[in-house]
Design a protein around this ligand. Structure first.
Ligand code: SF4
Ligand code: SF4
Length: 434
C-alpha cells in the first residue's frame, strides 16, 4: 500500500485528537485520529504498513491509501476519456434566434447576425438528432440565444418533435432555457411547461439601479421591474435560477438584490447563484473583470451569506468529480445556431470561423483543428495539471479558456477548498448532533 497523491489534511479546530482527511480523486471525506495519521505520514511516500485491518480497509475504501502498483493519474485519464467519448447522454444547446431585445454592457454576442431558425434548418436539426439518439439514454436541451423567447414558436415546434422522438426511442428527455426573463409572462411559462422546459436561468445583476444600467432593453429602458414581476408570476410553473453576473463594478453589492427577492417572497422559490463576467472574445474590458482568485473568494463569501439568509443556493459547496469538463469536450454535445452551424462551446456561437459543422451539410467538417483542440486536450498531460492535487475536481478548467490560450482557469478550490471542506464537515457534525 502507498499513500494517495490526492490527500488533503485539515486538523480539527475543535479538538487536537483528530484530522479531516479529504481525497480529491474519490471525493471521500473522513475523520482520522491523529495517532493513526502520524503513523501513516511517518512512513512517507513509500510503502505503508497498517496493522489495524479495519483502519486499513477504511483508508482503502476512501482512496486515502492505494495499491502499490496503482497509477492514480491513469485512473483519472481513463475516467476523462470514458466520459468524454460516452454517447449515453446527447446534449444540444440550441439558439433558435440570435436576435435579442437587450443591450447588456458585457454581451459577447454583439455584432453577430440576428437571424431566426428556418423550417429547413429545423428539419435538418431534427434529422441530425434522430441519427444520434438511438445510442443515448438521455437527451437534454438548453434553449439559448440571443434571446430564445423571441422564437417561442420554434421552441414549441422542435420540442414537440423531440419529445415524440424520445418517447418512440425510450430515451428520457429534459430541457431548460437561458433567458433574460423579459418576455417570461405566465402565459409563456405555461407554454414552456407544455413543451417540457422545466428550468429557466434568468440574470439579475443587482438592485434596479445596478441591473438597469448593465442590462437595459435595446431601446435603453430598464428591465428590472418587468423581470421581477415575471419571476414572481412564473415561479410556480417553472424552476427558476437567478444568476447574478458579477464583476468589479457590482462585486459585493448583491445585498440589496437579496432584500428585494426576500420581500418579494421569492427566497424559497428560486435558486440563486453568482456568475462572473469574462472578457469573452474581447467583448468586455479585462480590468473590469474579477481575477479567478477574487471571484473565488467572493463566491465563497456570498454563498455563505445566501445560506445564512436561507436562500436556495445549489452551486459548488462540496466539490464534484469531473470526467470531461463540459459539453465543449464531450463528443455527444453540440451548440447549434439559427443557421444550423454547430459549435463545441456556446461562447463560439455565431462566429463562423469557430463552427465545426453545419446540420445542413454534415460532409464538411469546417474548423477541424478547433474541434480537435477541444476534444483532444488532455489536462492529465499538462505539466502543471498533472502534478496538481485538484485535477480530479477541476480537470484543467474551462476548455474555451484553454483553446484560446487564456490563463487563470484554475478551479476556485485552489483558493478555498479548505473552507468548503471545513464548512461541510461542520454541517455534517451539527446534523448528526456531534
Ligand atoms: S468551454 Fe468553458 S465557456 Fe464553453 S461551455 Fe465549457 S465551461 Fe462554458
Ligand atoms: S487548471 Fe489549475 S487547479 Fe485545475 S488542475 Fe490545472 S493546475 Fe490544477
Amino acid at each position: 500500500m502507498k499513500i494517495s497523491n490526492y490527500n488533503f489534511y485539515y486538523p480539527l479546530e475543535s479538538n487536537n485528537q483528530e484530522t479531516l482527511i479529504y481525497n480529491s480523486r474519490t471525493n471521500a471525506l473522513a475523520l482520522i485520529e491523529n495517532d493513526n495519521l502520524n503513523l501513516l505520514k511517518r512512513q512517507g511516500q513509500g510503502q505503508v504498513q497498517i496493522e489495524d485491518s479495519e483502519l486499513q480497509s477504511n483508508l482503502l475504501r476512501g482512496g486515502f491509501i492505494v495499491a502499490d502498483d496503482l497509477n492514480e493519474l491513469d485512473l483519472i485519464r481513463l475516467s476523462l476519456l470514458k466520459s468524454r467519448f460516452s454517447d449515453q447522454f446527447l446534449g444540444l444547446t440550441i439558439a433558435p434566434t440570435m436576435d435579442c431585445n437587450f443591450n447588456c454592457i458585457y454581451c459577447y454576442e454583439k455584432g453577430r447576425q440576428d437571424s431566426y431558425m428556418s423550417a429547413q434548418v429545423q428539419q435538418a436539426l431534427y434529422n441530425f438528432t434522430e441519427d444520434r439518439i438511438d445510442k443515448a439514454k438521455h437527451f437534454s436541451i438548453t434553449w439559448y440565444g440571443g434571446e430564445p423567447l423571441l422564437a417561442l414558436d420554434t421552441i414549441e415546434e422542435l420540442s414537440r418533435q423531440f419529445i415524440r422522438l424520445c418517447a418512440e426511442q425510450q430515451v428520457s428527455y429534459s430541457a431548460g432555457i437561458v433567458t433574460n426573463g423579459y418576455q417570461l409572462t405566465t402565459e409563456t411559462a405555461k407554454r414552456l411547461q407544455s413543451a417540457k422546459v422545466s428550468m429557466a436561468q434568468i440574470t439579475l445583476d443587482g438592485s434596479p439601479e445596478i441591473h438597469d444600467q448593465r442590462r437595459p432593453l435595446a431601446s435603453g429602458q430598464g428591465s428590472f421591474a418587468t423581470i421581477l414581476n415575471n419571476i414572481q408570476a412564473c415561479a410556480e410553473f417553472i424552476d427558476i435560477t437567478i444568476r447574478i453576473n458579477t464583476d468589479q463594478e457590482n462585486a459585493g453589492k448583491i445585498d440589496s438584490l437579496l432584500d428585494i427577492l426576500e420581500s418579494s417572497n421569492l427566497k424559497d422559490k428560486v435558486n440563486v447563484y453568482l456568475g462572473f463576467v469574462d472578457t469573452i472574445n474581447d467583448c468586455y474590458l479585462d480590468d473590469k473583470c474579477l481575477s479567478r482568485k477574487q471571484s473565488s473568494h467572493l463566491n465563497y463569501l456570498e454563498e455563505k451569506k445566501l445560506s445564512e439568509r436561507c436562500f436556495i443556493c445549489t452551486s459548488a459547496k462540496y466539490p464534484k468529480l469531473y470526467g470531461n469538463f463540459c459539453g465543449a469536450d464531450n463528443s455527444s454535445s453540440y451548440v447549434v445556431d439559427p443557421d444550423g452551424f454547430l459549435y463545441k462551446c456556446w461562447n463560439d456561437i455565431g462566429l463562423p470561423e469557430c463552427a465545426i459543422g453545419n446540420v445542413l451539410d454534415l460532409t464538411n467538417r469546417y474548423n477541424n483543428q478547433l474541434f480537435s483542440n477541444y476534444m483532444l486536450y488532455m489536462p492529465t498531460d499538462d505539466p502543471l495539471c498533472k502534478k496538481c492535487k485538484l485535477l480530479p475536481i477541476c480537470m484543467g478548467g474551462c476548455p474555451h479558456l484553454r483553446v484560446n490560450d487564456r490563463q487563470d482557469q484554475c478551479s476556485e478550490y485552489k483558493y478555498n477548498l479548505e473552507s468548503y471542506i471545513r464548512d461541510y464537515a461542520k454541517a455534517l457534525s451539527s446534523h448528526s448532533g456531534n
